[in-house]
Design a protein around this ligand. Sequence first.
Ligand SMILES: Cc1ncc(COP(=O)(O)O)c(C=O)c1O
Length: 465
Amino acid sequence: MRGPGGRPRAEHPDGGLSVGAPADLTVVDLSTADLHPAVDDPALNSMNFLNEVAQHYPDAVSLAAGRPYEEFFDVAALHRYLDTFRRHLADDLGLTPAQVHRTLFQYGRTKGVVHHLVARNLAVDEGISVDPEAIVVTVGCQEAMFLVLRALRAGPGDVLLAVAPTYVGLTGAARLLDLPVRPVAGGPAGVDLTDLRTQVRRARADGLRPRACYLMPDFANPSGTSVGLADRRRLLALAEAEDLLLLEDNPYGLFPAGDAERVPTLKALDTGRRVVYLGSFAKTVLPGARVGYVVADQRVAGADGTVGLLADQLAKIKSMVTVNTSAIAQAVIGGALLEHGCSLVAATVRERAAYTRNLRHLVAGLARRFPADASPVRWNVPAGGFFVVVTVPFPVDDALLHRSAREYGLLWTPMAHFYDAGAPVDALRLSVSAVTPAEIDLGLDRLAALVADELARRGASGRVA
Ligand SMILES: Cc1ncc(COP(=O)(O)O)c(C=O)c1O
């Protein structure tokens, strides 16, 4: 591939483009042994690995990417959103032209400039009533996770509990912060409350301090599972009884399949400020803006006896990580919110329909290709979201993914990437978010061929001959 000026142009692992001569890697200046140990950790290599496989096989059908559907992206909307937000600053908030310019062009408020709109969105869509001052607008939900874990990791005895399988971005962030993650069983109900209690008590018996439990109660990545209303209430009661914080990550909650009622978030049910709520606009508006947020309304006593919000402590940390979230990116998100009365439910009607259609198409397609009476392949049927987990009677590792991509033209995600132990798991994750029904059909035909060949290769023993 040639770039401008005839220079070689390489695909960036994350899908972008890099231009220039490749680095000479025959000379060594440093060793990873001298860097933070996390850089060699599988959790940090996971996203790169998956991106690199996708990049090597650009023609493969990808049921791997958890990216949002791209057909609805609209460049004209970006300009409009910016202008809508600019007018909001002037007309609704009464800012002078100089103040409007400063807000859009300058370094800005650490906790963000669309916090009031995020608060309104939470009220409109989630029934969450929160002081805008308790919100920190972040560079994606990823930064929000990082800030919260950084704040909570006070010493070497601190650990994080996380419902397994776990989003790899959470595990990677914890690694960078030297915060061990202990798994809590997820299971079909989304969280095994008995195991959560056991893990809290075990950690304490081991002399450790479990700071919080991370989970996605709605259409989790990667498991697709959701926590029912009764269990949400039990979980909050358990958190209260065990004096534990809950980190609720909710990027997919607006995408229940069909007309299904949405279940209230943990934060909406939280009367004791047990829940730190992590939000993302990546799946609902656009990931390119890199805007997310955290609601941290917990009261924190300072060394001087004053009491403030956890959000203010997170803002101090943020000021040393990203200073503030891009005002331009926030303006785009703010404009999108304003144009829809701050309701992302209203803003994502087309997306919800597309994801519903795809999820149903995938599940029906699996049932046709792997009939229950003739096939050992099983899968869950999520009530919404992007992801389905398919269980097969053989280990699913990175080598199999490579073979799937090379020989069958199909990408998916080995479930092993979402477990800390790193051992192969007999399951893979399929994503429906960035494909068409025709691509789903093609992908499932290829998956059926791969599974049939793999079963034949392994024979009755389940081992490769
Ligand atoms: C569960 C979960 N949390 C957080 C994120 C990251 O969100 P953001 O793009 O806002 O950083 C993702 C992205 O896929 C995700 O699946």
